[in-house]
Design a protein around this ligand. Structure first.
Ligand code: FES
Ligand SMILES: [Fe+2]
Length: 327
């Protein structure tokens, strides 16, 4: 284990593994998340599934050359087929399907064109939920909200862990000293089960000056943060952070702007907003990639609600037994 961190390597929760519209009926794609090899595929009728990648027969990767046949995925090696529930549905050259022929399945949810997977280190079922919809994107049955621009997607792979990235929102002092914002917004944090809400009354600084308003960030575990910037123009960033393995995170940002002030204005603001959030992120990256994580950091009174944040974090880990006993 990497001794840069004191927390267990991969937290529990809902994490984005794909965009819904990347996987069309009949598509198969390999995935690598949570230190595991997975395959995502959509049946010809449109049912989406995520399965463990390796065929129980002789170990081929279903995501490399596997094909959708009706409601099943067919292994490229000897054409065994598996359904969305992971069970073998056919072996073309055998009379009996071996009873143990089954691949592991992953629980998934679709939300605002994202596919999110439930990961739990001990295989336990979900103990918290995601929002039913993101209203700025649209309804849960896929009707888009025309008041908001199309989502602009950006992504990065970063050598860090979820908790390190999430701590950014409550770390008030770094906004001034690392990102160069003129004010040092004091954020308030509150916890409701698995949801952490971070609110800051200060506006967003852009190269064109400060936009008065507020920033509210709702964190559904470590995997999904819905960040709303209110002011002259309302903007949204849906951020998802997915562990690839113990040392790397796949970060996706999805930006949108409310078009009340006109499409032209929304496009201009959207561009400046994406540039500013990306600029700040690229200043955070070398810090995250090289820092260590202290279990007991040395804090001072201007530091922001890091203690509330750290307590919220503990619920997302399967701690080793010796640690549980000590608590
Ligand atoms: S390895 Fe998959 S069918 Fe043989
Ligand atoms: Fe930051």
């Amino acid at each position: 284990m990497d001794d840069r961190y004191f927390t267990p390597p991969i937290p529990n929760g809902w994490f984005q593994v794909a965009y819904s519209d990347e996987i069309k009926p009949g598509d198969v794609k390999p995935l690598k998340y949570f230190g595991d090899d997975l395959v995502i595929w959509r049946s010809e009728e449109g049912k989406l599934s995520v399965l463990d990648a390796f065929c129980p027969h002789l170990g081929a990767h279903l995501g490399h050359g596997g094909k959708v046949k009706g409601g099943s995925i067919e292994c490229p090696f000897h054409a065994w087929q598996f359904g969305a529930d992971g069970r073998c549905t056919g072996v073309p050259y055998a009379e009996h399907i071996p009873r143990k022929a089954k691949v592991g399945t992953w629980r998934i949810k679709e939300l605002a064109n994202m596919v999110l997977c439930w990961h739990h280190a001990e295989g336990k079922p979900p103990n918290f939920d995601l929002p039913a919809e993101i209203p700025e994107w649209g309804t849960s049955d896929g009707v888009r909200n025309e008041e908001w621009t199309d989502f602009i997607e950006r992504q990065w792979t970063i050598r860090t862990r979820n908790q390190e990235m999430a701590e950014n929102a409550v770390d008030s002092a770094h906004f001034h000293y690392l990102h160069g914002t003129t004010n040092m917004p004091q954020s308030e944090a509150s916890v409701d089960g698995a949801i952490l809400r971070v609110y800051s009354g200060a506006g967003m600084e852009t190269p064109r000056g400060t936009v008065d308003g507020s920033i509210e960030s709702l964190n559904y575990g470590f995997g999904l943060a819905v960040v709303r910037f209110k002011g002259i123009v309302e903007t949204l960033n849906v951020a998802t952070m997915t562990p690839i393995d113990a040392d790397h995170i796949h970060l996706r940002f999805n930006f949108s702007v409310k078009q009340t002030a006109g499409a032209e204005m929304a496009r201009g603001v959207g561009k400046a907003f994406v540039a500013e959030v990306a600029r700040q992120l690229e200043q955070d990256i070398p810090i995250w990639e090289n820092k260590v994580q202290y279990e007991k950091p040395l804090l001072c009174d201007g530091d922001g609600p890091i203690g509330i944040f750290r307590r919220w974090c503990t619920q997302f880990y399967s701690w080793p037994e010796d640690r549980q006993a000590a608590e």
